[in-house]
Each structure stands twice: as C-alpha cells, then as structure tokens.
Design a binder for this molecule. Structure first.
Ligand code: HAM
Length: 433
C-alpha cells in the first residue's frame, strides 16, 4: 500500500485538476455569454468580508451564520468571514460605491469560490463555486421571471434535461408575521414530533422548519398551513405577475407552497431549480434531486445594510453540482485541442534556437508542443506521436549550424529541409491546406 501523503486536502475541499478544468471553463463561458446578453456587468468583491455583514445580511437565525461560517480574527483584531454567499458582499459594494446613482436597475454577476462549513457529502462541499446574479433597483415581477429564465437558459445551454423549477412566494413584512404565528401554533402542537434542530427553529423562526429534510418533520410539514393562502394583496399580485410572465415564456414550473429558502433576506418570490434523476434496480425505481440554483427577491436587504430603500432580486448556481449533473447525463465537453506541431531539438545550440523559434510561433498564434528538458530524440518523437502532431520540426546540431530546420510530415513520414527563418511561414502554409 502506498504511504499516506504528509499533507492532505482540508475536509470538504477539492482540487480542480487539469482534467476537470474543461467543465469549469465551459460553464464559465456559457454563464458569461448569457449574462452579457441580458446586460449584466461583472463584479468581483473580496473573498473576506466583515463577519457582521453576513450576520446582518444572511441572517443570525440561518444555518449558514449559526453553523457554517469560516470566521477568523485578524492580527489587527477584526473579525472577517470567508464569504458563504455573494449577495451581502455585492450589496455592500452597491451601497459603498453609490450605485443607486447609476442607471437602475444595476445588473451584476460574479463567479468564484464560496465557503460553508458543512457536513461534507456528495454535492456538498466546504469550498465550492457559484455563478451569482443580482438585479438591484427594480421591483417589477418581470425581472423575477427573467432571472429564473436566465438560469434555466444556462442549464439548457449546458445540455441538461430533467430540470424542475420550483417557485413560491414567502410574502413580506406585511403578511409574513401573521403566517409565522399560524405556523408557530401549528408546530407547537406537534413539537414532540419534530427533530431537535426544528425544536430550536420553532423558537427562532418557524419558517425554517419548512426547509427541514428529516422524514419525521416532513410528515408534519405536509399538513402545515400554506403561506400562499395568507399573502397580502401586494404580494399576491406580484406572485401572480411572476407566474404569468413564466407562462408567457412557456417556462415550466411547479408551485411548491413549502419552499422557503435558508437565508433570511428573501421577500415575495423564492425559487429553486432542481436536477432530477431516477435509477432503476430490479424491482424498484429510486429518485434523487439536487438543487442546482437557488434565489429570489430580497426587497428589504439594501435598507437593512444601510442603503436606501431599494428592491432587488437574484440567484446563484452551484457549479460543482452542475458539473456532477453534466457527468451523469454524459454531456460531452470538448477536450483541449492538442498542438498541431511539435518542436524537437538536439544539442545545446539547437535548444537555444528552439526557444527563440517557439516565440515566433507564439506570435503567429500557432500552438507548438515541446519538451526542451529532454535530450533523447526518440523520446521527443514519441511525445509528438502521443499528442497527435501533424508536423514535427527537427532541429539538430547540423541544422543549427546551417540555419535550417527539418519539417517532418507525421502522416506520410516525408521530410523537407527549409530555412530556419521560413519555418513559421511554411508551417502556416501547410496547416492552411
Ligand atoms: P443558496 O441556495 O444558498 O443561495 O446557494 C445556491 C446554490 O449553491 C445551491 O442551489 C447549490 O447548487 C449551491 N450550493 C450551496 N451549498 C453548497 C455546498 N455546500 N456545496 C456545493 N454546492 C452548494 C445563495 O447562495 C444565494 N446567495 C442566492 C441568491 C443570490 N439569492 C439572491 N441573490
């Protein structure tokens, strides 16, 4: 058995090895192209922010703040937290840079790592990546529908099928307090049937119970009062608007009256996009689902964080989960293209000239493979074969002295000698044929 390495990955974190990069690159390309099409501009905020920003923004009663933050104390005594999500940082930046004076709405997207101290399991990491969208300064329901549509389009563009959009309205501070009271009374009478976490949630925020995945809590949730029956006039009107826009663009969705989301700032629209799979064994079919995207409207957050009263909506997509879904569906992602030319050299003078020649190829934008550290011509030719080069350039001692180079056609085996300064031109010509 091989020896365990001295240093290993921190729990719940993962390396993205070269072979995986093509998935990330593909997803980034699709996300950025679509975000640009819909008029979003890119924003990068620091990975570390004041801990208090998340306590206030994400919310003190959320699992994210209570259990999942990576918080550190700096040498200067500040408390900073590795971002567990993008939204509070983006809103801090919106306020700090006076973006309310820009043309509204301000549409921003971000891509990068986020950190949550979770119990690691399949699809649940402690460092993962999100593609995040925020539309700040717009209250119209059409924007809620557009945000959902953008994420749906991205997933479709990535060739994912079996997507399910779930949507709900969780009201606002007009109607939610009354609903919370109803829920509180309902769950209080069933407190004994709830898990320990939900008994705590009952005291802090009974809405959170609706998000619990424990089977025994699920049994109670199925009978619980639904917020949809208790929305105020404005929230009801807004929700109807969102659904009508989704109908108009023929985006399929399911109403889920118990969808509440795990973050404190949401008002009105809440949505998630799931990827569903089924597995058939001899006598049973099992279903599983993964949340790829989550989001919603958050009309109170900007004011809560010290800005003006500004309405907003957004969402985030978990990139590792999208990659896992692509893999189960065997979505092909193009491999990196191998260089069409290999440059083999022999001897010190040839090495020097090769280094210079490589630069000329780079300027001409022709990819060239090489292995300058190797001295054996046989090993270099083997490598040229392995990468599937169309042409190999051979530069030995003799050619270096004569100012020439050999071009070998790797398919026919035919070799020609050309002047070194004509090598790039000649290869350009041959590749065009
Ligand atoms: P969220 O639902 O917490 O929303 O996260 C969005 C997505 O990130 C999830 O649907 C999932 O795909 C992925 N994700 C979450 N936790 C993990 C994990 N531990 N490992 C792997 N993937 C994970 C937000 O973060 C909100 N800030 C979205 C938003 C933006 N709402 C408004 N604007």
């Amino acid at each position: 058995m091989s020896k365990k390495p001295k240093f290993q990955l921190p729990t719940g974190m993962h390396d993205i090895l070269p072979e995986e990069q093509k998935y990330f690159q593909k997803i980034y390309d699709v996300c950025e192209t679509i975000a640009n099409f819909y008029g979003f501009k890119k924003i990068d905020t620091p990975i570390l922010e004041d801990t208090a920003l998340y306590e206030k923004g994400t919310g003190l009663t959320t699992d994210v703040v209570q259990k999942q933050m990576f918080t550190l104390r700096t040498k200067g005594g500040d408390y900073l937290t590795l971002r567990p999500e993008f939204t509070p940082g983006v809103i801090r930046s919106y306020i700090e840079h006076g973006m309310q004076t820009w043309s509204q709405p301000v549409k921003l997207y971000s891509i990068g790592p986020v950190f949550r101290y979770e119990h690691p399991q399949a699809g649940r990491y402690r460092q993962f990546h999100q593609f995040n969208l925020e539309v700040i300064g717009e209250s119209n329901a059409v924007i809620d529908a557009e945000v959902i549509q953008i994420f749906y389009n991205i997933l479709q563009e990535l060739k994912l099928k079996n997507l399910v959009v779930e949507i709900n309205s969780i009201g606002d501070n007009q109607c939610r307090p009354y609903y919370k009271k109803l829920l509180m009374n309902y769950f209080k009478s069933r407190e004994g049937a709830l898990c320990a976490d939900c008994r705590r949630r009952l005291k802090e925020n009974p809405l959170r119970i609706l998000d619990c995945k424990e089977e025994k809590c699920q049994r109670e949730i199925r009978q619980a009062p639904q917020i949809i029956d208790h929305l105020c006039e404005e929230c009801h009107h807004h929700f109807r608007g969102v659904l009508e826009f989704l109908d108009e663009i023929e985006l399929p969705y399911r109403l889920n009256p118990y969808l509440v989301r795990g973050l404190d700032y949401y008002t009105k629209t809440a949505f998630e996009i799931f990827f569903e799979t089924s597995q058939k064994t001899e006598n049973k079919e099992t279903f599983s689902r993964d949340a790829l995207v989550g989001g919603g409207r958050y009309d109170g957050l900007i004011k809560l964080l010290g800005g003006e009263d500004t309405k907003a909506v957004g969402g985030a997509m978990g990139i590792e989960r999208v990659i896992a879904a692509m893999k189960t569906k065997e979505v092909k992602v193009q491999k990196a293209v191998n260089p069409p030319v290999f440059l083999a050299q022999l001897g010190t003078m040839a090495k020097r000239k090769s280094l210079k020649l490589l630069e000329e190829f780079r300027r001409a934008r022709i990819q060239v493979g090489e292995s300058f550290g190797r001295d054996s011509l046989k090993a270099q030719l083997k490598m040229a074969d392995r990468i599937g080069a169309k042409y190999t350039l051979l530069l030995g001692q003799k050619e270096s002295l004569e100012g020439t180079i050999i071009i070998r056609d790797m398919i026919t085996g035919k070799q020609d000698i050309v002047k070194l300064e004509k090598a790039v031109r000649e290869i350009e010509k041959r590749l065009k044929r």
